[in-house]
Design a protein around this ligand. Structure first.
Ligand code: ADP
Ligand code: F6P
Length: 484
């Protein structure tokens, strides 16, 4: 049970630590403050899990110098960690998204290595660890998330050896040959080894990690276990993340969503084939190549705008990072070019939207689309692929899915593609369009069964269950003042 000694000193048996809180602080034009849902798959997955547990969530509010505490969410306390303007630049945009993000995604963009970015990463990770150490009850379970906070497990272990610490990486963990480029590779590995359980999206990530620890840190390992000199054992394993299948499926069945799906199709001119892409505007998502493939199908005359329309939703992300700005410009140009060349009055080939939408609207788009095109160059999981499947109650619709998304391990009945192979993507889209309803039905049924059985509740239960077994909670709490 949580101990409440007034809010300031309350402690919690479960603490989630992630770079972002599930809500972002937004200052409206008239100066009033409101809280908006944070972007990305991490929040989609972890929020429903935390709503069924009392606990605290430690994270950043998305803006500079803000330690204003957002209102509690379903009994979960949201505890802000403040970042200065310069820390946002060095820690978040710099080391997290200019160094680690591209390095961990197969170097699809060039990672930059700057010592001042690293220093900010250490400082901010220490701040997260210290705040968490204050909030965690004796022998509490702490679940640290994602690449922005890889030093937190090690720092927290030093501050609070009594805690059970789990870490889950939402993005891919790279092979040794890429990881070793990182000048601070040893510190990152040691940071992760502060956890009792380190979780990855795919078995390959866990294997990469254990191999690195053996070869670069010199610890003994056996299969997925690492033996540390202090007697601790760290387990590394895959826990493929998922979605709240039942919640989304129910929403997608509602009359309002059904009506909106129909309306979306009408507004797009009731095409025979409605293709859909939904992504953060990120260079890992393969949006450019995907739209090029579609553009070529129009150019060759294989498709015509009277029969096929592409709805691409691309939420702007990390907009101050150069690589993201360049990508946005490139895609804007490509969409303009394709629409200019192949669109007709009232009938653009690509309907391109930058907005962020409520869940109902997303569900309506998933229901409206005949073909969902998910073609990341590399992706930890990709929840959008699973969300589409959850919304296809009538077992129709086709999923074109990149082999390089974690979701491809489970969604084997998708039309799988190599996202670097533009001709291959064109063929897959045509195969999906020409597939017999019986074939689509068989594929969708199988994928829906998989996602339903492995939903986000199962993911969390499996991770937390394994973490509870990871080590007995007998380590005595040792803090400097305890021995005074
Ligand atoms: P990532 O974590 O890299 O952003 P995922 O596909 O795993 O990628 O998760 C993205 C999440 O964000 C999904 O839950 C998706 O529905 C949601 N999302 C993406 N674009 C939008 C948008 N424009 N409006 C609302 N939600 C969005
Ligand atoms: O794992 C994907 C992820 O990077 C999360 O860590 C993050 O919350 C989300 O995508 C959105 O990115 P950002 O927090 O940089 O806007």
């Amino acid at each position: 049970m949580s101990v409440d000694r007034g809010h300031a000193a309350a402690t919690y048996d479960l603490v989630v630590v992630a770079n972002r809180l599930p809500v972002d602080r937004v200052v409206e034009d008239d100066g009033t403050v409101s809280w908006r849902r944070s972007p990305g798959g991490l929040v989609t997955a972890v929020e429903p899990v935390m709503q069924s547990h009392d606990g605290a969530w430690v994270g950043w509010t998305g803006g500079p110098d803000s330690d204003e505490e957002p209102p509690e969410e379903s009994g979960m306390r949201l505890v802000p960690v403040s970042l200065s303007e310069q820390e946002i630049e060095y820690f978040y945009e710099g080391f997290s998204n200019g160094t680690l993000w591209p390095l961990y995604h197969d170097v699809v963009a060039k990672p930059e290595f700057h010592r001042e970015w690293w220093d900010a990463y250490v400082t901010v990770n220490r701040r997260f660890a210290e705040r968490t150490a204050e909030l965690a009850a004796e022998n509490a379970m702490v679940w640290v998330h994602d690449y922005q906070l890889q030093l937190v497990p090690g720092m927290l272990r030093e501050l609070r050896p009594d805690l059970r610490i789990g870490f889950f990486l939402h993005i891919p963990f790279p092979p040794l040959e890429l990881f070793v480029q990182l000048p601070w590779r040893r510190q990152i590995l040691e940071g992760l080894l502060g956890a009792d359980l380190v979780g990855f999206q795919r078995p390959g990530g866990a294997q990469n990690f254990v191999r690195l620890v053996r070869q670069r840190v010199g610890h003994k390992t056996h299969r997925d276990l690492v033996y540390l000199p202090d007697g601790r054992t760290v387990e590394a394993a895959a826990f493929p993340i998922s979605i709240d299948y039942d919640g989304l499926a129910e929403l997608s069945r509602s009359e309002a969503v059904e009506a909106r799906a129909k309306e979306i199709r009408e507004q797009l001119g009731n095409p025979r084939h409605l293709l859909l892409g939904v992504d953060r505007l990120d260079y890992t998502k393969g949006i450019y190549k995907r739209l090029r493939a579609f553009g070529e199908l129009l150019e060759e005359g294989t498709l015509d705008v009277e029969e096929a329309v592409f709805l691409q939703v691309a939420t702007p992300s990390r907009e101050r990072v150069d690589e993201y700005r360049r990508l946005r410009d490139e895609i804007d140009r490509l969409v303009g070019h394709i629409n200019g060349d192949y669109g007709r009055i009232g009938r653009p080939a690509i309907s391109y939207l930058h907005a962020s939408y409520p869940r109902e609207e997303m569900a309506a788009m998933f229901r409206a689309a005949d073909i969902m095109v998910v073609t990341p160059l590399r992706d930890g999981m990709n929840l959008v692929a699973k969300e589409y499947v959850a919304c296809r109650e009538s077992n129709d619709g086709a999923l074109v899915l990149s082999e390089f998304a974690g979701a491809a391990d489970e969604l084997k009945q998708a039309f799988l593609v190599n996202p670097y192979d533009i001709n291959g993507m064109k063929s897959a889209v045509l195969d999906a369009m020409r597939a017999k309803p019986r074939d689509l039905n068989r594929r969708m049924k199988a994928m829906r069964k998989t996602v339903k059985e492995h939903d986000v509740a199962a993911w969390a239960a499996e991770f937390m269950g394994r973490l509870s077994e990871a080590r007995p909670a007998h380590h005595k709490r040792l803090r400097p003042h305890d021995s005074d």
